[in-house]
Design a protein around this ligand. Structure first.
Ligand SMILES: [Ca+2]
Ligand SMILES: [Ca+2]
Ligand SMILES: [Ca+2]
Ligand SMILES: [Ca+2]
Length: 278
């Protein structure tokens, strides 16, 4: 450790152990004081720590709260202003440091960033460890949109949201437990009316609106929606009946067959009909 260096011990995930319990991943200003970088090391202390980020531009740092270890313990995904100071991008590297870091986001518009502002959970890895989903104002500054990319960098980033209304943003998302879909909250169709949408993680197929059209979700704080562990249900709270009826509403995230039949998007799923994910 360099003089005045510290391992980062604050934040939501200052230190992570891989699911196979073979690796510890941490951020520290270990090599240069006040330059925070991301390292992995064998949990039994064998060998030396491996720096996972590429050499940092002057002023560059890894964002310690946006470091993720893939569930299969093969890769680390991190956010950093690695290439341009104060331009935050998302990278993927093998956990053992082999190969080079791969930049996952596409070219950013001027003043664009991955995880602009103080977005939480803005970079997530799918449970099957194949995909990274992230929020960024990648194509238009201050317009937060949702993208997926293969964790190994193969292919291009895929924008998952539809064209946003003027003033619209994607604000939160979750990946389904079977890793096939992303459910996201956005004021996509009407500015400041936040609705819930579901899209296949690879961008294929139909975008589905899960709530009753025009009835925004009731809260943006805390957890505005949940996905069931069997990947069949999204649960959310909305004012879609009337103001007095603040009931929990169950809605199925996929009704693609019916959507295709009807043609135009977004489409409502009949409340009484149960569809499976596929
Ligand atoms: Ca320091
Ligand atoms: Ca910086
Ligand atoms: Ca921006
Ligand atoms: Ca808005």
């Amino acid at each position: 450790m360099v003089a005045n260096g510290n391992a980062t011990l604050t934040g939501s995930n200052p230190l992570q152990i891989s699911a196979d319990v073979l690796w510890v991943v941490y951020t520290a200003d270990q090599d240069t004081d006040e330059v925070f970088e991301v390292y992995s090391r064998s949990i039994d202390g064998a060998g030396a720590p491996t720096k996972l980020n590429a050499p940092m531009v002057a002023g560059g740092d890894v964002t310690f709260s946006v470091v993720r270890v893939s569930p299969d313990a093969t890769r680390v995904v991190y956010r950093a202003d690695q290439d341009t100071d104060e331009v935050y991008e998302v990278y993927s590297r093998t956990i053992d440091g082999s190969g080079a870091p791969i930049k996952l986001n596409g070219p950013l518009v001027t003043n664009g960033d991955v995880c602009p502002g103080s977005l939480t959970d803005c970079v997530q890895i799918s449970y099957d460890s194949r995909w990274v989903v992230y929020l960024a104002d990648e194509d238009a500054d201050t317009v937060n949109e949702l993208y997926s990319r293969r964790i190994d960098g193969i292919g291009a980033p895929i924008k998952l949201n539809a064209t946003l209304v003027n003033g619209g943003d994607v604000s939160q998302f979750q990946i389904s437990a079977d890793s096939t879909r992303v459910v996201y909250l956005a004021d996509q169709d009407t500015d400041q009316v936040f609705e819930l949408y579901s899209r296949p993680i690879d961008g294929s197929g139909t975008l589905v609106k899960l709530n009753t059209a025009g009835a925004g979700l009731q809260t943006l704080t805390g957890v505005p929606f949940l996905l069931s562990p069997d990947a069949r249900w999204a649960v959310y709270r909305a004012d879609q009946l009337r103001a007095a009826a603040m009931a929990m509403r169950l809605r199925v995230p996929s009704c693609t067959t019916r959507s295709r039949r009807r043609g135009a998007l977004p489409i409502r799923c009949p409340r009484t009909t149960r569809y499976r994910w596929r």
